[in-house]
Design a protein around this ligand. Sequence first.
Ligand code: SAM
Length: 321
Amino acid sequence: MPVDGRLAEFKVCSQACSLISRSGSLDRSVMPEIALQLTTGDAFEFLASLAPKSVDLIISSPPYFMGKEYDSSIKLEDFVDAHRKLLPLVTAALKDGGSICWQVGHHVHDGVSVPLDALVYVTFSSTGVLYHRNRIIWTFGHGAHARRRFSGRHESISWFTKGHSYYFDLDATRVPQKYPGKKGYKGPKKGQLTGHPLGKNPSDVWEIPNVKAHHVEKTAHPCQFPVALAQRLTRALCPPGGLVVDPFMGSGTSGVAAVLEGRAFSGCDRDERYVRIARERLEALGNGSLRYRPLDQPIYVPGPNSAVAKRPPHFTVTEAS
Ligand SMILES: C[S@@+](CC[C@H](N)C(=O)[O-])C[C@H]1O[C@@H](n2cnc3c(N)ncnc32)[C@H](O)[C@@H]1O
């Protein structure tokens, strides 16, 4: 991984935890490098402890609040109740113009699929403080194979802003055009290049491999999201040097993305094992040994001569699967 001077100097240590004062503001005079705070505890208490209007961006993937996996009852009301409780806490902590990105999937029980982002939308929009800007579809190539419905290959990120005047740096997230040499064929721009020199808007559909067993970012945490996902959100929605918060940080992926992008990070998880993983990942990032998939790495396509791309003779389906 390329390590620039800023990251080489970056340290995660108990001192770093004190860099975000109890008021939540950053004390850059103590250490000019990136400030970090990792908390073991309850997300609701953690959010309540943040100074009002101190956070630029909240990125999180909450648990489904539906009891243990072996609990067969679907408790969607628990999910909604938890989000009703979260709403005043996240809105109080966010700066005016700050953003919240909430990553969820579907809850599937007995083959019935509930899109959880629909519940998030209804709950978070209910007070008229948070405004929905995008439902970003995160699509990936691998997952469970369904037999009685189409296999699920996407989850989503619901992006809300606090208020109508908000930070959004599109240029920081532009991607190369498919046809950069395209020219207008009529009207005042006839014969002129039509693309933006910095690249195109990445759109609201993002293909980023999910963190499965052989992914370079895989840790012992069971449901990580990829660094690249949080990285693009951070670039676009948090000003350089601003503060990113993840109240359900798991393995600390949002923290890794924040540090890569030169933003401060404060995260919480109630499970000490995951906080330890997050700390180890950030330490590895600091010393240049963390492996992560770069945001601009193309999706792997096996070559026609590779063994996995060859169709066994008895396979009869001709469409790619
Ligand atoms: C979906 S995972 C987040 C994974 C994370 N995005 C990553 O990339 O590793 C949700 C996390 O929330 C934590 N959690 C669940 N309930 C919590 C609570 N009340 N307070 C704090 N953390 C909680 C779980 O331990 C779990 O690690």
